[in-house]
Write a protein that binds this ligand. Structure first.
Ligand SMILES: [Zn+2]
Length: 186
């Protein structure tokens, strides 16, 4: 039994920390960190400590049998841990576990930067605190408006889009994403 537990831990570490993992590298004006489910790109003008505080994952690990490990105590490492934790929890809540899921997450300082980006991507105005674009495989968010509920909502959209061969109607996808958001701490 003890030996099995040990094997599970070793396997888990291997699965969650592939070779080439990087923390805190600065790339073209973005602070980057790569985890299991996502690669973070944090704008250089983002207050990382504030960002970390805004993503409160209290009780998100409730009921989970596996958790990502924290590799360092650096704030970007902690944020990465929180995103991977939310991915695990939302997969569990939705009972959807698409294989090989790995997305980019770009976090800007202000919402107005997201609004500008939305126009550039969709050629229409948007008023969202965060959004996920399947064709870019990227979650876009901002320090100003982020919370763990926002992260869970966008992660759910990402999981839904990867899970179904044919994407469900938008209203259904929204209902599922709201479900994940609401039950995150349960
Ligand atoms: Zn949504």
């Amino acid at each position: 039994m003890q030996k099995n537990k040990c094997c599970i831990v070793v396997l888990f570490v291997l699965v969650f920390f592939p070779a080439g993992i990087a923390y805190g590298q600065v790339l073209d004006g973005w602070i980057t960190a790569k985890g299991h489910f996502c690669t973070l790109y944090i704008g250089e003008d983002v207050d990382i400590k504030q960002l970390n505080r805004r993503i409160d994952t209290y009780r998100v690990d409730f009921g989970l049998s596996e958790r990502p490990l924290r590799l360092t105590s650096a704030p970007e490492s902690e944020i990465l841990y929180k995103f991977d934790l939310v991915f695990l929890k939302v997969q569990e809540l939705l009972d959807m576990r698409p294989g090989d899921i790995h997305v980019d997450v770009r976090i800007y300082r202000r919402k107005k930067e997201l609004d500008k980006l939305y126009v550039e991507i969709f050629s229409e105005r948007g008023d969202l605190v965060a959004f996920y674009v399947f064709k870019l495989n990227t979650i876009f968010a901002c320090e100003e408006k982020i919370s763990v509920a926002v992260v869970a909502h966008e992660v759910a959209h990402c999981i839904i889009d990867h899970h179904f061969t044919v994407a469900p109607p938008k209203k259904i996808a929204e209902m599922i994403a709201h479900y994940a958001e609401r039950h995150l701490r349960g």
